[in-house]
Design a protein around this ligand. Structure first.
Ligand SMILES: *Cc1c(COP(=O)(O)O)cnc(C)c1O
Length: 425
């Protein structure tokens, strides 16, 4: 595979952009490859500036559940652009998308749009603290909630794969109200609440963790969190920035039948444009300015182009059988992948259309397990698949995604390459 143009592009990028990238994992540092520079993306296929084609299982980190460049999403965005790209004044599309979000995720009785998942979580946490009048936030090791200061504590995603438990530049005082507990460990939560429960504003988690690789909540874990937060008057916040509109129309909360007080969504909801949202019980959301005293704002919040693209995307998800077909296709893929890796030191974790291959001999049920996976083995696997035209998320502490656009031929080819890789290992 010729990658000359990407090499040149990278040299130019590192001159003016730190590390050559605007988000760390894109640098492919942990798998020691030159970053991809993309010319275009369509369906489940990326084309780089050297003309190499890749089958994309990253999909802009799960954004493109219907594939890149879906005609109806592009048409909606184009129409919006023709009418002006930002007003700083309300437009009706914001209301239409809020209605649609609430229709899909009924616990989001009221919704406020922002421009990134980070912002959505940051705002939801501020609201939870303002509403309860308490300071402590309980989060879980390996869950990633964006890069706001007080959430960069034992976080997953890129923070984990560059080897830092946290980040420089975050004063100790900023994180002293953030308590981190192990995922899937109700006893640890119970102990903490017994001593400090009255001071906890909120418990936040990814209801299915996707940023330490895919790690499912164990039987009863979410129900336990629902119960204990209610008992102590703390809020339960589901960060569904990945799982919302991914695991089902109603996200993980629908799949598991647990209703949080607040929810954050992102990625899919912007249809490939910068948009995210947080929402929840009306009575809580009414504490936001201008009604209440919790301040939250944004110049480009509810951006009309992003709102139209999001609306067009959610329309696609309403089509009969959308999730049934995507999940069916995914589970057939996972069955075959499971056969390929069986007997190897590899664990396949998956749910819906999301998966991770952990290079580990044991089950992965929390961050400690995930980080014990073999990084070198993963890097070797990544480079092999990459050089055979498959773009996986470049760390085993991330999720991989299928879309309705992945064709049977693309999935067969992917399995064939992976089979060849594992054959003699
Ligand atoms: C991606 C992600 C975020 C952050 O969203 P950005 O748009 O990257 O700021 C927050 N929480 C979860 C669960 C995510 O996957």
């Amino acid at each position: 595979m010729e990658r000359k143009q990407s090499e040149i592009a990278w040299q130019q990028a590192v001159e003016v952009i730190p590390g050559g990238v605007n988000s760390p994992v894109r640098a492919l540092q942990s798998v020691r490859e030159t970053p991809l520079f993309i010319e275009k993306a369509q369906g489940a296929e990326l084309t780089d500036i050297d003309g190499n084609r890749f089958i994309d299982f990253c999909l802009s980190w799960g954004v493109f559940i219907a594939g890149h460049g879906h005609e109806s999403v592009k048409a909606a965005a184009r129409q919006a652009i023709d009418k002006g790209t930002s007003y700083g004044i309300p437009c009706e599309t914001e209301t239409r998308l809020a209605e649609k979000v609430r229709c899909f995720i009924p616990s989001m009785e009221q919704v406020r749009f922002v421009s990134s998942g980070t912002e959505a979580v940051m705002s939801a946490v501020r609201l939870a603290r303002g509403y309860t009048g308490r300071d402590l936030l309980v989060k879980f090791e390996g869950c990633y909630h964006g890069h706001a200061d007080h959430l960069l504590v034992n976080a997953g995603s890129g923070v984990a794969s560059i080897g830092g438990a946290s980040s420089a530049g975050v004063p100790g005082g900023f994180v002293k109200y953030t308590i981190t507990l192990p995922y899937n460990d109700p006893a640890a939560v119970e102990t903490f609440f017994r001593n400090h429960g009255e001071a906890v504003a909120a418990v936040i988690l990814e209801p299915v963790a996707c940023n330490m690789g895919v790690v499912l909540p164990e039987e009863g874990f979410l129900a336990f969190l629902r119960e204990i937060t209610r008992h102590y008057g703390a809020l339960l916040v589901f960060d569904e920035v990945i799982t919302g509109f991914r695991l089902s129309r109603g996200g993980a909360q629908q799949v598991y039948g647990i209703t949080p007080d607040l929810t954050t969504v992102g990625k899919i909801v912007g249809g490939g444009f910068p948009a995210a949202a947080f929402g929840g019980r009306r009575e809580i959301m009414q504490h936001l300015a201008p009604l209440g005293n919790v301040y939250q704002a944004g110049t480009l919040s509810g951006n009309p182009v992003a709102m139209q693209a999001g609306l067009a995307t959610l329309h696609l998800l309403e089509e009969a059988g959308f999730y049934r077909e995507l999940d069916q296709k995914s589970s057939e893929f996972f069955i075959l992948l499971e056969e390929i890796v069986s007997g190897k030191r590899v664990r396949l974790n998956h749910t819906g259309s999301v998966f991770t291959l952990f290079f580990s001999g044991k089950e992965v049920r929390n961050f400690a397990d995930a980080t014990q996976s073999d990084r070198e083995a993963f890097a070797d696997f990544f480079r092999y698949t990459f050089r055979h035209g498959i773009y996986l998320s470049p760390s085993q502490l991330e999720g991989n995604f299928l879309s309705s656009a992945h064709t049977p031929e693309q999935l067969d080819y992917t399995l064939e390459v992976m089979k060849r890789y594992f054959k003699n290992r």
